[in-house]
Design a protein around this ligand. Structure first.
Ligand code: ATP
Length: 238
C-alpha cells in the first residue's frame, strides 16, 4: 500500500482552555473523497483549520506527502498543495469575481499554468465567467460558494479541504455543488469534505469519519456508514 497523502496522528488542539480535538487520527489517500461528519461543535472545522495551518496542534503529527506540516504557516501549506474553502465562503465582497480568483493564485508564478486553471474553473463554473466583473458581495449564496471553490482551485491544490459547502443553499443547488465536487475529484484533486449534510456527503465519498465532541467515534467505507443503523439514527434522520 502507498503511504496516505495526508496522515493525522493523534492530534490534540485547544482554543485556550477549551480542548477541541482529543487525539484525532485520520488518513486521506491520493484520489479519494473522504468526508468528516458530525453534529455542531464536534470539531470538524477545527480539524480542517489545523490541517491548513490556521491552528497548531499541541501534540501529535500531521504528515502531508511525507513531510510533517503541523505548525507550518498557512501560506506555506498552500504552497505545499493544500487549499481550504472556509465555512461561510468568505469571498472578498468588494472585489470582483476575477480579482477573487486572481488572489487564489497568489502563491504561483507560472502564468501559463494559471491561465489553464482559470479556464478549468470557468468550465466547472460557467456562471463565474458570466459574472467575472461583478463584485463578489453581490453574488448569490450559491455563486459565492462556487467562487470560493474556484478561488481555492486557482492554487492548483493536490488536496482540497471543503468546509460545509452545502450550508445555506437550496436542495437543487446543493446537488449541483456536490456534482462539481465529484468532477473536481475526477480531474485529479483529492478531497477532504466536512459536512453536516451527512446524506449528501456519504453519497459521494469513498470513506468517512464520524466526529463527536472532539473524538472520532466511527470510520469506514462511506457506503457502510450510510447503511449503519447507528449512523442513520444519529445523522441521517432515522
Ligand atoms: P459546526 O458544524 O457548528 O461548524 P464543528 O464540528 O465544525 O461545528 P468546530 O467549529 O470545530 O466544530 O468547534 C469545535 C469546538 O471548539 C466547539 O466546542 C467550539 O465551541 C469550539 N471553538 C471553535 N472555535 C473556537 C474559538 N475561536 N474559540 C474558542 N472555542 C472555539
Amino acid at each position: 500500500m502507498a503511504e496516505p497523502m495526508l496522515k493525522i496522528d493523534n492530534i490534540d488542539v485547544y482554543y485556550g482552555a477549551i480542548h477541541a480535538l482529543k487525539g484525532i487520527s485520520l488518513e486521506v489517500n491520493e484520489g479519494e473523497i473522504v468526508t468528516l461528519i458530525g453534529a455542531n461543535g464536534a470539531g470538524k472545522s477545527t480539524t480542517l483549520r489545523t490541517i491548513s495551518g490556521l491552528l497548531k496542534p499541541k501534540t501529535g503529527s500531521i504528515t502531508f506527502l511525507g513531510q510533517n506540516i503541523a505548525g507550518v504557516r498557512a501560506h506555506e501549506i498552500v504552497k505545499k498543495g493544500i487549499s481550504q474553502v472556509p465555512e461561510g465562503r468568505r469571498v472578498f465582497a468588494e472585489m470582483t469575481v476575477m480579482e477573487n480568483l486572481d488572489l487564489g493564485a497568489f502563491v504561483r508564478k507560472d502564468k501559463a499554468g494559471i491561465q489553464q486553471d482559470l479556464k478549468h474553473v470557468f468550465e466547472l463554473f460557467p456562471r463565474l465567467e458570466e459574472r467575472k466583473n461583478q463584485s463578489a458581495g453581490t453574488l448569490s449564496g450559491g455563486e459565492q460558494q462556487m467562487l470560493a471553490m474556484g478561488r481555492a482551485l486557482m492554487s492548483r491544490p493536490k488536496l482540497l479541504l471543503l468546509d460545509e459547502p452545502s450550508m445555506g443553499l437550496a436542495p437543487l443547488l446543493i446537488k449541483e455543488i456536490f456534482n462539481i465536487i465529484v468532477d473536481i475529484n475526477k480531474s485529479g484533486t483529492t478531497v477532504l469534505l466536512v459536512e453536516q449534510n451527512a446524506n449528501m456527503a456519504l453519497s459521494i465519498a469513498n470513506r468517512a469519519y464520524v466526529l463527536e465532541t472532539g473524538r472520532i467515534t466511527l470510520s469506514g467505507k462511506a457506503q457502510d456508514l450510510a447503511a449503519s443503523e447507528d449512523v442513520r439514527k444519529a445523522y441521517l434522520g432515522g
